[in-house]
Design a protein around this ligand. Structure first.
Ligand code: NDP
Length: 494
């Protein structure tokens, strides 16, 4: 397999490629610590140039008046281009984020599917003629916002980028994308494919660099009329305040501490595999990770033993090894943060049932690895049970009955996802309605579909991504009244 040519140290700013004006930052392969590339951050002048060029391109009749089915054709071409470069894109993302190739292949396929889905949605989206209450025809139309600021994290870049870029372009906007500072490579490669597919180049600028500098400049730029953010709840609050000051819309997909619930009648094999996948795939660096594992008190010992045995048997290794189940964490700094959170859990009284340390396998010594870890012995309100770790760390928690379970499961500030394992579909549906979460999986976990809306409740988010209507969240609604009256308004006749 040929690697995707590592993008040169250039960023697309308002239609042209240039060296970033900010400091350089190394993109490191967390499997061995080697430097894959070095990319200069955008500076504030480049953010301004990108916003101005984006606003002009979005207002250009060549884009503004392009008929939906023609704009859809461009999006479909982007999907084709991603599929044509699927393997090298996956490898590039594996090298920059550490993820397994199986996963980055799925993320690339998801990105292509997202562009294809929004092409189809755009072509088939319909407007509304609200019933008139007078002598006029009333129309509700949807218009582009202009320039959208999209800010994404490092865990699944190409898929999270596509989930913002595709509906925003479909809606008729320009996009300023700020990928995470540590993982900009696949976003830069995506920008080249978007341009090659024929999308006017000034419509997508990719502006890497530190969030507090580049992301902040994008969010405050007067021409940016909407913020679309995926990341942590702390940053979400910062961007929410900026949006409130500027009175612009913001959608936020934020963190989680999702419950995954074992019922007494759960199928053993299916449940153990699903729970481990829910917490340890992506090395736990997943917003929806099922990190609080609720076990019925009467069967606690049996379920805990099974989960610990299966977690201990998971295969660690580089993302490029097809046998790997648990790859390195995305950065060494993040691995150290996860290790520190497990140390804090010990101080809180946690019993480490497996993992809880960096592996001592010589083969893994150069990478940012951490063993799959299961903890127990903690009260549900311990910090470890309340705060997102975003790593391969799950907490086992016993529950007495359904009331106790629902109370514990809902007792966090988050409300992103939930897994329920049971043979009883009535119980599953009853629980699914009682758990505060944007997504509930029943006898499965971490399955996604671009056609199914995705959102978080409580401090896990604001607004909805995915689904046909996501295009509308990148538009402004306008009402038109067209008079059908035979007489002038009876008020100030001349
Ligand atoms: P952060 O919130 O730290 O960062 C996300 C993005 O925001 C990065 O590009 C970051 O830049 C940028 N950023 C940071 N500060 C600012 C600021 N002041 N203004 C503008 N932009 C800023 O999250 P993480 O990178 O740590 O990502 C992990 C988090 O993302 C987890 O909480 C996870 O749950 C959440 N997430 C949520 C998903 C969902 O759909 N609900 C999906 C995936 C992840 P920089 O590069 O400097 O960090």
């Amino acid at each position: 397999m040929q690697p995707f040519p590592v993008p040169p140290d250039e960023i697309p700013v308002g239609g042209g490629w240039q060296r970033g004006g900010g400091p350089a930052s190394a993109c490191v392969d967390p499997a061995d610590g080697s430097t894959v590339a070095s990319i200069h951050a955008a500076d504030s002048a480049q953010v301004d140039a990108a916003a101005r060029a984006g606003a002009a391109a979005a207002a250009d009749p060549a884009w503004r008046d392009l008929l939906p089915h023609r704009r859809a054709r461009l999006l479909a071409r982007v999907a084709d281009a991603i599929e044509d470069h699927a393997e090298p894109l996956a490898l590039l993302q594996t090298r920059n984020t550490g993820k397994t190739l199986g996963e980055t292949r799925a993320l690339v396929a998801s990105a292509a599917g997202t562009f294809r889905y929004y092409a189809a949605a755009l072509e088939t989206l319909e407007g509304e003629l609200p019933p008139s209450r007078g002598a006029h025809l009333t129309m509700s139309v949807h218009e582009p916002i202009g320039v959208v600021g999209a800010i994404t994290p490092w865990n699944s870049p190409i898929a999270s980028d596509a989930q913002k870029i595709a509906p925003a372009l479909a809606a008729g906007n320009a996009v300023l994308l700020k990928p995470a500072e540590a993982t900009p490579l696949v976003s830069l490669a995506l920008a080249r494919l978007v341009q090659d597919a024929g999308v006017p180049p000034a419509l997508l600028s990719v502006l890497p660099g530190p969030g507090t500098v580049v992301g902040d400049a994008i969010s405050r730029h007067p021409l940016v009329g909407k913020l679309a953010f995926t990341g942590g709840t702390t940053t979400g609050r910062v961007l929410g305040r900026v949006a409130a000051d500027r009175i612009i819309p913001v959608t936020m997909e934020l963190g989680g501490k999702s419950p995954t619930i074992v019922c007494e009648d759960s199928d053993v094999e299916e449940t153990v595999a699903g729970i481990l996948y829910g917490i340890f795939s992506s090395t736990g660096q997943s917003c929806v990770a099922g990190s609080r594992i609720f076990l019925p008190r009467r069967q606690y010992g049996e379920w805990a033993s099974r989960l610990i045995a299966a977690a201990t048997a998971l295969r660690l290794g580089p993302g490029t090894d097809p046998a790997t189940q648990v790859a390195p964490l995305a950065t060494f700094a993040h691995r150290d943060k996860v290790a520190a959170m497990v140390d804090r859990a010990r101080e809180e009284g946690a019993v480490v049932r497996c993992g809880g340390r960096i592996p001592d396998d010589e083969r893994l010594s150069r990478g940012a690895y951490y063993l799959p870890t299961l903890l127990d012995g903690l009260a549900p309100d311990a910090k470890t049970c309340q705060e997102e770790i975003f790593g391969p760390v799950g907490v086992l928690l016993p529950y007495e009955d359904e009331e106790d379970l629902v109370a514990q499961a809902n007792s966090t500030v988050y409300g992103l996802a939930c897994g329920i394992w049971t043979a009883d579909y009535r119980r599953a549906l009853r629980l699914a309605r009682r758990i505060e979460a944007g997504t509930v999986w029943i006898n499965t976990y971490k399955q996604f579909s671009i056609s199914t809306p995705f959102s978080g409740t409580k401090e896990s988010g604001l607004g909805t991504d995915k689904g046909r209507t996501a295009i509308r969240s990148y538009q402004r609604q306008k009402s038109l009244y067209l008079s059908l009256a035979d007489e002038p308004i009876p008020w100030a006749r001349g």
